[in-house]
Design a protein around this ligand. Structure first.
Ligand SMILES: [Zn+2]
Length: 258
């Protein structure tokens, strides 16, 4: 099941009652698509590779720019102008060669969800988020979504295919908010990206292993200036044009029996 190298590498997971050998096996068998490989997807990808997720699919059309490096710490100055998926794939392989990594230097396509257990959205534009959500709902793939404001961040998980009351991202954000903030316009404190990226990676690990209570249908909001977090319930919109009537029974992640 695990090689000696893997048993040593994942020792701190294997001793956790919420993960253990069975959870680690689930991680090894999981396939996760990461869309948007900046401060959120890039750092979340590092933790998922380190955790031993079996297969990662990396998708982003962007290259590394100098203003990225203030918060997108998987990249180095020497990576300037290189495609992010290619650089990140190399870095994740160096971190954990047990992980199979695909990289796609282009925008997200629905096909990126084939054979996937979970998708992480770390993009910073509403059109991209809506497209990823729609594709996840259609494919019955659970979505973990993260977003950054200048000094605040949020993470939610969406899986309308697992229950009639579960919202999708479009139930929560039906259209682009007028006050939509982009890092490029309003700025963002760099270390906050790490906080939100790690919360995304944690939720992915919980969903895959069945540990704890996932953020499904809930939104975690972190206020960095106050150092305070809170969690809200998100309501399903019964008239949501994206997920109303989304078929149940499509989910591929069954929770571990406890
Ligand atoms: Zn919806």
């Amino acid at each position: 099941m695990f090689s000696e190298d893997e048993i040593e590498r994942y020792a701190r997971h294997l001793m956790l009652k919420e993960i253990g050998g069975e959870g680690q096996q689930r991680l090894k068998q999981a396939t996760v698509t990461l869309v948007g490989l900046g401060g959120l997807g890039g750092t979340a990808g590092q933790y998922l590779a380190a955790a031993g997720v079996g297969r990662l699919r990396l998708v982003d059309p962007d290259t590394v720019s100098l203003s990225n490096l203030q918060r997108q710490v998987p990249y180095e100055t020497a990576d300037l102008n290189a495609p992010k998926p290619k650089v990140l794939a190399r870095r994740l392989h160096a971190l954990n060669p047990n992980v199979a990594i695909e990289h796609h230097e282009r925008a997200f396509e629905a096909n990126d969800l084939r054979g996937v257990d979970l998708a992480l959205d770390g993009t910073d534009s509403f059109p991209a988020r809506f497209a990823i959500n729609q594709a996840c709902v259609e494919a019955g793939v659970t979505l973990v979504s993260g977003a950054l404001g200048p000094w605040s961040g949020q993470v939610g998980a969406f899986a309308p295919h697992v229950g009639a009351y579960q919202p999708c991202y479009a139930c929560f954000v039906p259209s682009e908010p007028p006050e939509a903030e982009a890092c490029a316009v309003h700025g963002v404190v760099g270390a906050l990206a790490g906080v939100v990226a790690c919360q995304m990676a944690l939720e992915a690990i919980k969903l895959i292993t069945g540990a704890g209570t996932p953020l499904l249908g809930r939104l975690w909001i972190y206020d960095a200036l106050k150092a305070e977090g809170r969690t809200l319930n998100m309501a399903k919109d019964p008239a949501c044009p994206v997920c109303a009537g989304a078929a149940a029974e499509k989910n591929t992640i069954a929770p571990l029996p406890h």
